[in-house]
Unconditional design. Sequence first.
Length: 173
Amino acid sequence: MAVERGISAVVDAGLISAIVVIGLVIILGIALQNPAEFKYDEMNKRYAEYLTYSLLRSTVQMVWYNTSSGTIILEDKSVAELIAEDLYIREHNSSSVDIKSLEVGMEEPINRTLKNLTYPKYRYSLYAEYKNTTIIIGFRELPQIRYGYTAYLSMPTSGEEFIVTIYIWEVSE
């Protein structure tokens, strides 16, 4: 009986020490990861978040689009309000709004604002979604390595949710 307990204790000690060694190897592997790379990723994620909030709060002085009744001019609207209106028009358009004028008169000023807010070493893409409608402002093709931030906003008219995601990635020139 004493011999069996001794053998059992040796086997248990061997298993426990193996588990401890594996755990230490995993912890050491995590600790030895490149901290600069981790910090770089975190910095880019944070930048995407700050860029998203800065853009959505930015004010565009004058945008326009054409309808069958004439030109609609919007003054001093936030980008968040303009994106909401753009998505709403596209979702509910009964062909009374000229979509090309929406792209030129509303989306281009948003694109210029985003370009001015973005550091030159980055490219960007804005995706906005509401129900079955998506608009893309900026670069359409996303690289494999990119950083993004998504904001969930409410439509002013209905309180329904729409989504804005900004992706950024660094370019080497």
